[in-house]
Design a protein around this ligand. Structure first.
Ligand SMILES: [Fe+2]
Length: 276
């Protein structure tokens, strides 16, 4: 089997305000356009599998990896059952890759467990994101949570386990962080982050689009603290840990949701490495 590789990385959005784009107001249209453009990019790259870390699957002690052969169910979000209710979903999984990630994570000393519980209900950070990124629901997905006991360092190590699992199983994978950056929530869905928080987001986006991912990893704890990153920045840490170095982001768009800042960024390998 040929060695697998991550072929694309994604910072993606999942605001409930973009779940039904035909009903979304003008303030969310740039974000919707950015997510659709990201979907076009994924369709061009044709990954074998999407590995998605969602800020709305939150665990306390263990890291889980969804290892079902098929993700099927109906989502009503606990957080907003009026906005997101009775949304059916049905898409393939990738148990072999999920189990490989678990194996690599265990080898690194993490409390990580594969789960294929049929009654498990996917979270909206996963479903809204996938509704855009894989609109035909035909690409296998391995979903992972944020674990509250994970430090940012462990979240980055989880990313390394994802990369090793992808390599081991020969997959060409997309790795997605489904999370806002700034996340100091306020009432008022159309509200933006404060200028100070937006400046922190802009700085992180600049590091990513300049390909300075080592600096982004080093400054993530500070930025996550300053702008109250969603789930402490853990999903971003996992994406950055999975990518390692030699990647450059392309900024697709940014939008607000109740005070949060939601960028859409696609990461490609830098040319030097691609030709190495
Ligand atoms: Fe969120």
């Amino acid at each position: 089997m040929a060695k697998g590789e991550i072929i694309v990385g994604v910072c993606a959005a999942h605001s409930p305000r973009i779940a039904f784009p035909e009903k979304s107001g003008a303030v969310w249209q740039p974000l919707i356009a950015a997510m659709r453009r990201a979907a076009d990019t994924l369709a061009e790259r044709k990954p074998d599998v999407v590995v998605l870390v969602s800020a709305h699957w939150v665990t306390s002690f263990n890291i889980y990896v969804e290892a079902s052969p098929r993700h099927k169910g109906v989502l009503t979000a606990m957080e907003c059952p009026d906005l997101l209710r009775a949304i059916p979903y049905d898409f393939p999984g990738d148990p072999e890759l999920a189990n490989a990630i678990v194996e690599r994570g265990k080898a690194a000393g993490m409390p990580i467990i594969a789960t294929d519980e049929p009654s498990y209900v996917e979270d909206y950070g996963t479903i809204i994101c996938l509704q855009y990124l894989t609109p035909k629901w035909d690409v296998p997905v391995v979903s992972l949570p944020v674990c509250l006991m994970s430090t940012l360092e462990e979240s980055m190590q989880l990313g390394a386990a994802i990369r090793e699992g992808v390599e081991q199983t020969g997959r060409r994978a997309a790795v997605v962080s489904s999370a806002a950056f700034a996340h100091n929530l306020v009432r008022g869905p159309e509200r933006w982050p404060t200028p100070e928080e937006k400046a922190v987001d802009d700085h992180m986006i600049e590091l990513m689009t300049e390909g300075r991912l080592a600096t982004a990893r080093a400054l993530l704890p500070t930025f996550a603290h300053q702008a109250h990153y969603e789930m402490g920045g853990r999903t971003i840490a996992t994406l950055l840990g999975a990518l390692g170095d030699g990647w450059k982001g392309t900024f697709y768009g940014y939008g607000p949701s109740s005070g949060s800042g939601n960028p859409v960024i696609i990461f490609d390998r830098t040319k030097e490495l691609a030709h190495a």
